[in-house]
Design a protein around this ligand. Structure first.
Ligand code: ADP
Length: 274
């Protein structure tokens, strides 16, 4: 009976609709929960330096006649306001990294220039930490690697890896930056000789506000947002970030950027695609 077939079909469609709806609701609830979590974390993270700045400012006022105390309180005041600045910078960068990349946000970016620029601007920071920062391998780079992207976000994605590597390096350690073409990808590797990351933390370090050991890095900046900014930025650009690490040996982070045109001969690349 054709009517029966139609009825069965409609029932089946209805069931499928209910399943899809339930999945959507689940997704929406999950996103809402994540958003609530994030806002709770942000408020918590902001509260600490804001409260400290308020208390320290009062303390400076009250200690006006004692220059030594004023000096001490002012020093803490500078530290806490710096921390607040870093937090708000990272929160803004994260929200930028999470927003969709519209075509008008994209510019042609030379990856080689971007990486070299970030390495150069981290030289002073490396020196302060007694760390040698070197480009170990860019021999493959006699040709240009261009991508269409948001330059500020891409710069921040690279900068986070460099500053992490430097901050986690021992005094006298070395941070190596390699660049290479791998098939249709451009791969940047940042390797350090730091304490490394234990396997149970490795899968979580890209989460927002996740820190392996709060106490160890807290004094030296670090908002817990850096790697999450890097991952969101890479994914928005069709690439990704990956990590290899061994406690006691060091860590190696790789950024893989998609290239729209295979490097080298454009003709060959086109032929291969056919
Ligand atoms: P943070 O601001 O704390 O550096 P990130 O998101 O950049 O936040 O990193 C998350 C955590 O991953 C850090 O707190 C640190 O414990 C760990 N981590 C990141 N990079 C390295 C590295 N190069 N060596 C060792 N641990 C690292």
């Amino acid at each position: 009976d054709p009517a029966d077939t139609v009825r069965t079909h409609i029932v089946r469609l209805q069931r499928r609709f209910v399943v899809v709806l339930a999945e959507d609701l689940g997704e929406e609830q999950r996103v809402n929960a994540m958003r609530r979590d994030f806002i709770a974390n942000v408020s918590h993270e902001l509260k600490t330096p804001i409260a400290a700045i308020g208390l320290l400012a009062e303390a400076v006022q009250q200690a006006a006649d004692e220059p030594a105390l004023v000096r001490e309180f002012s020093k803490s005041l500078v530290k806490e306001s710096r921390r607040l600045g870093e937090l708000s910078r990272d929160i803004i960068q994260l929200s930028e990294a999470q927003s969709t990349l519209r075509p008008e946000d994209r510019e042609a970016v030379s990856l080689r220039d971007l990486i070299r620029g970030e390495v150069d601007s981290h030289r002073a920071f490396a020196m302060q930490h007694g760390v040698e920062l070197v480009i170990t391998d860019d021999s493959a780079l006699d040709r240009e690697a261009m991508i269409l992207g948001r330059p500020t976000s891409l710069g921040a994605a690279v900068a986070n890896l460099l500053s992490n590597a430097i901050r986690h390096s021992p005094d006298g350690g070395r941070v190596g930056v390699g660049m290479a073409f791998e098939r249709n990808r451009f791969v940047v590797t940042v390797t350090d000789q730091g304490e490394g990351i234990a396997p149970e933390h490795l899968s979580r370090i890209f989460e927002r506000f996740y820190r392996v050991d709060g106490a160890r890095t807290r004094g030296d900046g670090g908002t817990g947002l850096g790697l999450s900014i890097t991952r969101h930025t890479m994914r928005a650009h069709g690439g990704d970030v990956d990590v290899w690490s061994q406690p006691g040996v060091g860590s190696s982070f790789t950024l893989a950027f998609p290239l729209y045109e295979a490097p080298g001969s454009g003709k060959r690349a086109k032929k291969a695609r056919k």
